[in-house]
Design a protein around this ligand. Structure first.
Ligand code: 3NM
Length: 212
């Protein structure tokens, strides 16, 4: 699980402005992302059949690169299309229900903002936790106050070596510090959806690059 969390790209059509989500994802896959989540949510997001068709197109791209395809929040859609997992928030469908409904092999990710939420998610049977926001973000309008590297370190201390990915305001400048603070991986939206050169952006987010 930890390797898959290393470069976790999240996106919905509402994040792509006038660009094609499929094209952005393809470039991100070619550049070396390790996991993908469809987060079709908020103003301008597709719904119903349109959302399902988009999900299937993006899922096919992930399959071609053998990268896990995760659906945010929409358990019905994830099951219907045979996704690799779901990501849910603390307020989304209760974990027990999700566990009951999803196939055994499903990866279940849960968002957590503090130690209490992180511990609850682990107890409930999450396979990884998504912790944030680390820094200020404009991508999620209702994002909470940033927990910073201090908050991230604190959660790491409390969860042992449980798989943990950091989210929110992560970019080329702070990626390494986020890893140093204890994240197994980083997740990001705008740093790729707004990039003019996706390959370059992914390279800069990669650990190896920063260490050379
Ligand atoms: N969840 P960007 S922050 C989807 O704190 C999401 O749980 C967050 O976008 C959380 O990489 C966030 O552009 C937005 O900052 C991340």
């Amino acid at each position: 699980m930890k390797e898959e969390l290393e470069l976790y790209f999240i996106m919905g059509s509402q994040n792509c402005q006038d660009k094609d989500p499929e094209e952005i994802l393809e470039q991100a896959l070619e550049a070396g992302i390790t996991m993908f989540q469809l987060r079709e949510k908020g103003e301008g997001a597709a719904t119903g059949q349109e959302k399902r068709q988009l999900a299937e197109r993006l899922q096919a791209r992930c399959r071609a690169h053998s990268i896990p395809f995760i659906v945010n929040d929409d358990v019905d859609l994830a099951i219907a299309i045979g996704a690799d997992g779901v990501h849910i928030g603390q307020t989304d469908e209760a974990m027990q229900q999700v566990k009951k409904r999803c196939p055994e092999h499903f990866i279940i990710g849960v968002s957590a903002q503090d130690t209490e939420e992180a511990k609850k998610a682990i107890q409930d049977g999450a396979h990884y936790i998504g912790v944030g926001p680390i820094a200020a973000t404009r991508t999620k309008i209702d994002a909470k106050f940033p927990i910073g590297l201090t908050g991230l370190r604190e959660i790491r201390k409390q969860v042992g070596d449980f798989p943990m990915v950091a989210i929110g305001g992560i970019n080329q400048k702070n990626a390494e510090a986020v890893r140093q603070a204890g994240a197994d991986g980083i997740s990001f939206i705008s740093v790729l959806t707004k990039a003019t050169d996706i390959q370059k952006a992914v390279n800069e987010l990669k650990m190896e690059k920063v260490h050379t």
